[in-house]
Design a protein around this ligand. Structure first.
Ligand code: ADP
Ligand code: MG
Length: 399
């Protein structure tokens, strides 16, 4: 992989101003941070830099103010919660670029930490305006990007600024890039990919990229229905995109040509109504789905066969649940296969990397998120990486 610099390359940072792009875009409820996962993810980098005596200036976006100053999207609302998580006092600076910042940070001492105002209050942020990037860069001696989740956007604080200062990957970014490289960059083979979720249309580019990369492509979730329909299977009232059966066929052909084995379920869990534990619940062969039934999960025989596939593999990358996991018992296949992957990882025979909003929720529901090698909470950036795209925020660090 083209290499990037990390904090190990940053030399003596004592007294230097570190502009650190982090993800502070936390959910709020009644004025309080309702999930501090993203705050926690910044701690290794921020603590390390502060302990080494840098003046740590955090750059982040918060919500979608679209270039306007919105008091309800001010990072001042997050500063107290951040200070508590960090266990140190944290200053808030009501601007993120220019002279105002320079004046506010002039009084900071080595080891101090400050949060600068929401970068998206500036119209130039999302336009990657070079003038804004330069005004941000003027307040720092070096730049650290620790926000993989924002790296798929070429913004002033994620991309432009990286060209103006010595730039390093933070610890969370470094860990994520190494895990992703191990999963799809230069993985140990055989490699399996699980792709599930509701729709083929949201993951077409993921599927197209993966067929050329992996040895086994396991398709589940609602999108498996479109593939089954493409193969002429009657899928009743199942969620499917019938206008995409041609595309599904093309993906199956591309997989054939690339020696990628595609696994579609041969038994499924169906019901006539979509509800928890519905009376019409049954498991059947894919060829026995009635006209008024819908497929809501893949079946136990399919899961057993997939577990056997994973046992032969060295690497697994997973995005998308295998069934409608929010509604019991349609989480059964996802939970079971996730536990198999977790056990194989713990035994040391499998490197497992997963990502996606609902996938993370499903792995938590199965109680195995900590047993995977790496679970990405990056959402859009993770999907773009699975599509094989270059992420501008990452590319700017590769020098
Ligand atoms: P992620 O957020 O991990 O990328 P997606 O958003 O693509 O995953 O897909 C998750 C959604 O897919 C869940 O809400 C789940 O209920 C739905 N889903 C999975 N299988 C089915 C199915 N057979 N029928 C209907 N919905 C399904
Ligand atoms: Mg989702």
């Amino acid at each position: 992989m083209p290499s990037f610099k990390t904090l190990d390359d940053s030399g003596d940072v004592r007294g230097k101003r570190a502009l650190v792009r982090v993800d502070l875009n936390v959910p709020m409820q009644d004025g309080a941070v309702s999930d501090d996962t993203r705050l926690l993810a910044t701690l290794p980098t921020v603590t390390e830099l502060a302990d080494k005596g840098a003046i740590v200036l955090l750059l982040a976006h918060f919500g979608r103010p679209k270039g306007a100053k919105r008091p309800d999207m001010s990072l001042s609302l997050v500063t107290q919660a951040y200070a508590e998580v960090l266990g140190r006092s944290v200053q808030f600076v009501p601007e993120s670029a220019g002279e105002g910042v320079a004046a506010a940070i002039a009084v900071l001492r080595p080891g101090d930490v400050a949060i600068l105002e929401n970068t998206r209050f500036y119209p130039g942020e999302e336009k990657n305006d070079p003038a804004l990037a330069a005004e941000m860069a003027a307040n720092g001696d070096f730049y650290v990007n620790d926000a993989f989740s924002a790296a798929h956007r070429a913004h002033a604080s994620t991309e432009g600024i990286a060209h103006l200062l010595p730039a390093y990957a933070g610890r969370a970014m470094e860990k994520e890039l190494k895990a992703l490289e191990a999963a799809l960059g230069s993985p140990e083979r055989p490699v399996a990919a699980v792709v599930g979720g509701a729709k083929v249309s949201t993951k077409l580019d993921v599927l197209k990229h993966l067929v050329g990369k992996v040895d086994h492509l396991i398709i589940g979730g609602g999108m498996a229905n479109t593939f089954l329909a493409a193969r002429g299977v009657a899928i009743g009232k199942s969620l499917a995109e019938r206008d995409l059966t041609g595309t599904a066929e093309e993906i199956l052909d591309a997989a054939d040509n690339a020696n990628c084995t595609v696994h579609l379920p041969y038994d499924v869990v169906v019901a006539r109504e979509f509800a928890a534990n519905p009376p019409s619940l049954r498991t059947c062969n894919v060829h026995e789905v009635a006209e008024d039934e819908m497929i809501l999960d893949i079946g136990p025989a399919a899961v057993e066969a997939l577990a056997d596939v994973l046992k032969t593999c060295r690497t697994l990358v997973w995005n998308g649940p295998l069934g409608a996991f929010e509604t019991p018992p349609f989480d059964a296949a996802t939970v079971s296969l996730a536990r198999t992957a977790a056990a194989l990882t713990q035994e040391g025979s499998l490197i497992s990397v997963a990502g996606g909003g609902d996938t993370v929720a499903a792995l938590n529901q199965a109680g195995v998120a900590d047993d995977f090698t790496f679970v990405s909470t990056a959402g859009g950036a993770f999907l773009e990486w699975m599509e094989g795209k270059d992420l501008p925020g990452v590319a700017a660090l590769m020098r």
